[in-house]
Design a protein. Structure first.
Length: 707
């Protein structure tokens, strides 16, 4: 949804509109429609073509028409079998006829529907027993010599408690307000790009002209809609391009190109960096050495080894006399990173600390002050790191791990904490290029190609609901042979209604723990971890699992991102059809990190062919990018990992990946505009700037919601 420039007509509450009383106001509020500007973006779902009165002899089944004639006969009857009473009128004009049928005739129609009257009908023509009929048509008298006005009538989505006719009249009023709005883009620019202004497009979408001949497209297929899709993407790209351009001129910190501390850190690791890690680190190092703030996305498939790259960058920042902050989406992950870091930090004499929400208040205060005084050089934490009470003495590098779990707002907030700092965001959700362009238009992208050596491919097998015993016996055998296992459940507790088998039958983590202990793998130490446990309990369980004291960890998706326990060699996912491919890929990435050949067992909750074929895609490839593209195809952009969590306002007109070409065009147009006029300061772009400013504000506001 793109905002419109501020305008008194649009910012007023809907109550000021003719036809909106208390009840309708309430109903629209519940839909999030509060201002006239909000209503402007409520799109018709279709149009009724009332441009022409269609003669009876031109009626064809399945068309929606305005037609008319003289009532030749009326009948009442009862439908055989169903005993439904009906009322029928038969119209004729010269050589053709049609019947109109009502199963309940509105009282006011009784008088209009007597024989010999001329009437106009509007409705959908059906063919029933070789006769054309219209069920429940609209009917109005048709006096001689009178011709109805040509009209294209928008039909809006149904809103509870608002009658369609009332909504239509309100929307007509909204459209009148739109008419008083100036164009957003300068005329010359629109001419050059051969585009019509968004305001014009919106007016046409709400009320297509009735005087144009030819077929009437659906709203989504109309030219005006396509234009709006382009503008929607253009505004997003303008916001991103402007942020990128502002970044480019900002004075940043120049860190040394070679950092002894980072090199000492790397040489203390038990392994060599892979080629992919080395080249990504090279790009990061060059960015950090340049005197402008880095904004870089580090993409790398699950397990490609992003953490050490981030830690090396943090050491570089510390070497340059600055602090580094590493932000993770969950406490489990923040603690894990901290534990990875700690021995190295000690070895190198670097003061490191952990800051997460779960700590006692006094403890948090102490850690915050160590950060503010500059004693702490590297801090690892959750989004607590960007809370207002956190101050840094001299933040030089901000790392955001698993960026897709945070909103764009959080990225911008961290950026705002230290405008000069370098920023590295990391993601293992391989975002298809299509989406990467939308979400990360303001970032440079590095990709870690390849995996650390010695990784054994994870064997993936799909099981139907009746085959779960077989899945568990594979799991039990692997655990007996010295492996460790995750069992992932779609939810924590069973729902009451599913006790009697009437609810959905998603396995719950609690029930699964029971099952694992009794039947699945009796005798193996098993425990539970989920998001509603206290952080320290959760940590104890994770530690026990990491040490190998617990052999089977039953979990919800709290373990989805980033968790790294090399001893784990089996991942069993219950209700696997319930997860997206990208998510399953993340889960599968928890195993295959150690010496043992690993297994991923996907147990479907249903027998549906569609879900099992989707799961088989998992078995067919271990390439996260390939899966992400598949996921996008299957689930659409709204649900595919990344976009919904990206913090971008939902799209109303554009559809990805369908509109990829348009996205590329929008990006090009945006860069061209921003290259000429970074701040959109030109007077003719004043309204464009207003929209982009508002969009920025909305993206930022996302922060408040996500936090
Ligand atoms: P991700 O990219 O998914 O965040 P991690 O950073 O958690 O991956 O790394 C996964 C595992 O691979 C960790 O146990 C890490 O120590 C190990 N690892 C990272 N780089 C290498 C390497 N070059 N050689 C061998 N093992 C590595
Ligand atoms: Mg990671």
């Amino acid at each position: 949804m793109i905002p419109l420039p501020s305008h008194p007509g649009l910012s007023q509450g809907i109550r000021n509109l003719k036809g909106v009383g208390q009840q309708i106001e309430k109903a629209l509020y519940e839909r999030g429609l509060r201002t006239v500007g909000d209503l402007v973006t409520l799109m018709p779902s279709r149009y009724q073509d009332r441009r022409r009165l269609v003669p009876l002899n031109e009626l064809v089944p399945e068309s929606e028409v305005l037609t008319g004639g003289v009532i030749q006969d009326t009948r009442q009857g009862v439908v055989p079998k169903t005993y439904r009473r009906y009322f029928e009128i038969i119209l004729y004009d010269e050589d053709a006829q049609v019947s109109a049928i009502w199963f309940r005739l509105p009282a006011h129609l009784r008088e209009t529907t007597s024989k010999g009257r001329r009437v106009i009908l509007f409705g959908r023509v059906q063919s029933y027993r070789h006769r054309l009929s219209i069920v429940h048509p609209e009917l109005v008298p048709w006096p001689d010599g009178y011709l109805p006005e040509a009209e294209v009538r928008p039909v809006y989505p149904e809103i509870e408690d608002v009658k369609p006719g009332a909504l239509r009249r309100i929307m007509a009023e909204v459209n009148r307000q739109l008419a008083s709005l100036p164009a957003i883009f300068p005329h010359a620019w629109l001419m050059e790009k051969k585009l019509s202004d968004p305001v014009e497009c919106l007016r046409i979408l709400h009320q297509p002209p009735a005087d144009r001949p030819g077929p009437l497209p659906k709203p989504q297929d109309s030219k005006a809609w396509a234009n709006m899709a382009l503008f929607e993407l253009l505004f997003l790209q303008l916001a991103l391009a402007r942020s990128r351009a502002r970044q480019a001129v900002r004075e940043g910190l120049a860190f040394p190109e070679r950092s002894v501390l980072a090199e000492t850190f790397l040489s203390g690791l038990p392994f060599e960096l892979t080629e992919g890690q080395r080249s990504a680190l090279g790009e990061i190092g060059r960015d950090m050495a340049a005197a402008k703030p880095m904004s870089r996305l580090l993409q790398g498939d699950v397990g490609s080894g992003k953490t050490v790259v981030a830690l090396a960058a943090a050491m570089t920042a510390v070497d340059g006399g600055r602090q580094a902050a590493i932000m993770a989406p969950t406490e489990i992950l923040a603690r894990q990173h901290f534990e990875t870091l700690l021995p190295h930090a000690r070895r190198l004499g670097v003061e490191a600390d952990l800051l997460v929400g779960g700590l006692p208040e006094a403890e948090k205060a102490a850690r915050r002050s160590a950060l503010a005084s500059g004693r702490t050089r590297i801090v690892v934490g959750t989004h607590a790191l960007i809370s207002e009470s956190v101050e840094y003495e001299s933040l030089g590098l901000a790392v955001i791990d698993e960026q897709h779990r945070f909103g764009v707002g959080q990225r911008l907030a961290l950026r705002a904490k230290a405008a000069q700092a370098d920023m590295l965001v990391m993601t293992a959700t391989p975002i298809p290029r299509t989406l990467a362009l939308t979400i990360y238009g303001d970032l440079d992208i590095s990709t870690i190609a390849g995996m650390p050596p010695g990784r054994k491919p994870v064997r993936t097998e799909v099981f139907g609901p009746e085959e779960r015993v077989a899945a568990y016996s594979l799991l039990a055998a692997e655990v007996a042979a010295g492996g460790q296992a995750y069992v992932v459940a779609p939810r924590i507790e069973s729902r009451d209604e599913s006790v009697d088998g009437n609810g959905d039958d998603l396995a719950s983590a609690m029930d699964l723990l029971d099952y694992v202990r009794r039947e699945g793998a009796p005798g193996a130490p098993a425990a539970l971890v989920h998001g509603r446990m206290k952080p320290d309990e959760r940590q104890t369980v994770m530690d026990d699992f990491r040490r190998g004291d617990i052999r089977i960890l039953v979990a919800t998706t709290v373990i989805e991102v980033g968790v790294d326990v090399p001893g784990a060699s089996v991942m069993l996912v219950e209700g696997a059809d319930h997860f997206g491919l990208a998510q399953l890929h993340q889960l599968r990435g928890r195993v295959g990190r150690g010496e043992r050949p690993s297994l991923c067992l996907l147990v479907a909750g249903t027998d549906e062919a569609e879900s099992s074929s989707r799961l088989r895609v998992m078995a067919g490839t271990s390439d996260g990018f390939e899966l992400a593209e598949e996921d996008l195809k299957i689930r659409g952009p709204g649900d595919a990992a990344g976009l919904r969590q990206s913090g971008l306002p939902g799209l109303t007109w554009a559809r990805l990946p369908r509109d990829l070409e348009m996205l590329l065009k929008a990006r090009e147009l945006a860069r061209e505009i921003i290259d000429n006029d970074r701040e959109l300061a030109e007077p003719s772009f004043k309204l464009v700037r207003e929209v982009v400013d508002e969009l920025d504000r909305r993206i930022q506001a996302e922060l408040a919601e996500a936090g």
